[in-house]
Write a protein that binds this ligand. Structure first.
Ligand SMILES: Cc1cc2nc3c(=O)[nH]c(=O)nc-3n(C[C@H](O)[C@H](O)[C@H](O)COP(=O)(O)OP(=O)(O)OC[C@H]3O[C@@H](n4cnc5c(N)ncnc54)[C@H](O)[C@@H]3O)c2cc1C
Length: 383
């Protein structure tokens, strides 16, 4: 599969599967198993995996383009996809000792039959995902973990969860280890409903791990090496993917607003809204400018990830922070520009507006990112 084929497959799924059901799934808070099936059949679940595992061996550039394309139609599905790609990344970059045990799971992902996700955030440490409260305890053949994971995208639908916990002998708050916990593990359960303001169809419910046994083969990082894996492996692609979701939302807001300004009429004036009101044209133009600005930021981050340099981590932090703000600003402008029609839910704009608010609160939150950037500019330690 090439970059272009992957993006055109994502577009087909967006048009044929996501578009027709996004509104209904949002209303009902219903996870789309059809979407995951379509992504699997199209070979998109194994996008970044090498061909040895049946993947396509494509790069973060394609991941960003596919994710933005999905988000234009349904940001809930795009977030499910993003979390799956990150879960897969954590599995495929696991320590050498786990490679043999994890190979069948990676082949299932390559075949499009396995959905993964991340379970980092905990009720106790909230958005500070780098400091789990839970701890793994050795049991002779691996570890036992009990944890309250507060939000897990695809909860109850994923086949595996990449779970963080303090390492058995860890002494500091960031001495964590990552483990792979398969869905059928005894003691793992969905611990509550998901009824969010936005991204309502992505099942971001809490999960509980109650004395779950994890064999040593499924320990993804060395003891205490969870923290660097979260920061250096997962965070860069999370920033890219969540910025791509924001970009898709902005593009959908511009398209929805354009269509409304062309089709809604002042019959007494014989003009469309867009023909009649320069203020609305200016708002639409500002939305387009911000959307293209975000697109340039996403391209810049891709370029920094492809050719890492001193400024790469700064771009990782900046891009997610900026994307969260731009998505809220562009979808808010769309709400204002489309007026009562948007407010009364006659258009999909209010779904985009609600979905756009998730990016800024997903960890690392926009506030935390600005705090990290400010501290690093001033030479103050981040943790
Ligand atoms: C739709 C959705 C899907 C999610 N999916 C997942 C998932 O798949 N896996 C997962 O692990 N987690 C997931 N999360 C959890 C998410 O990543 C955050 O951990 C969670 O949203 C934070 O919740 P909180 O507001 O309670 O955090 P709090 O820590 O209580 O934050 C409250 C406020 O304080 C601010 N704040 C906190 N710390 C600082 C600081 N140091 N400096 C400045 N401001 C600060 C925050 O920005 C926020 O505005 C998801 C969340 C959502 C909403």
């Amino acid at each position: 599969m090439t970059h272009d084929t992957a993006v055109s497959k994502a577009r087909e799924i967006a048009i044929n599967v996501l578009g027709p059901s996004a509104g209904q799934n949002d209303k009902a808070g219903q996870f789309s198993t059809d979407a995951v099936k379509a992504l699997g059949e199209a070979g998109l679940l194994g996008l970044l995996l090498t061909v040895d595992f049946g993947g396509s061996g494509l790069s973060p550039r394609t991941f960003a383009a596919v994710t933005a394309t999905l988000a234009e139609a349904d940001a809930s599905v795009a977030m499910v996809y993003l979390m799956h790609i990150l879960g897969t990344l954590a599995i495929v970059t696991a320590r050498a000792g786990a490679a043999q045990a994890l190979a069948p799971i990676l082949r299932e992902i390559g075949a499009g039959r396995h959905l993964s996700t991340l379970a980092f955030s905990e009720a106790g440490s909230r958005s500070h995902f780098w400091a789990p409260i839970s701890r793994a305890y050795r049991n002779g053949n691996g570890v036992n973990i009990s944890a309250k994971k507060s939000w897990v995208t695809s909860a109850g639908h994923a086949h595996s969860y990449v779970v963080s916990a303090l390492a058995p002998e860890g002494s500091g708050p960031t001495d964590s280890t990552l483990y792979l916990v398969v869905a059928e593990t005894r003691g793992l359960s969905v611990a509550g409903p998901w009824d969010g303001l936005g991204l309502r169809a992505n099942a971001s419910a809490p999960i509980a791990l109650n004395d779950c046994q994890v064999p040593s083969d499924f320990q993804l990082t060395d003891d205490g090496a969870g923290f660097p894996a979260m920061l250096n492996v997962v965070l860069p692609l999370f920033s890219l993917g969540s910025s791509a979701v924001a970009l898709g939302l902005c593009r959908a807001a511009v398209a929805g607003t354009t269509s409304h300004l062309k089709s809604a009429k002042f019959e007494h004036l014989g003009q469309s809204l867009g023909e009649s009101l320069p203020t609305l044209r200016a708002q639409l133009a500002a939305m387009q400018i911000d959307t293209d600005g975000l697109s340039a930021r996403v391209d810049d981050l891709v370029e920094h990830l492809e050719k890492p340099r001193e400024t790469t981590m700064l771009r990782v932090l900046e891009t997610k922070a900026a994307a969260g703000d731009v998505a809220i600003s562009v979808t808010s402008a769309a709400m204002r520009t489309c007026g009562g029609a948007a407010f009364s839910k006659h258009l999909n704009i209010e779904r985009l507006f609600r979905d756009a608010h998730a990016g800024a609160v997903m960890a690392p939150t926009g506030d935390v990112l600005r705090e990290f950037i400010g501290k690093s500019l001033l030479g103050i330690p981040l943790f």
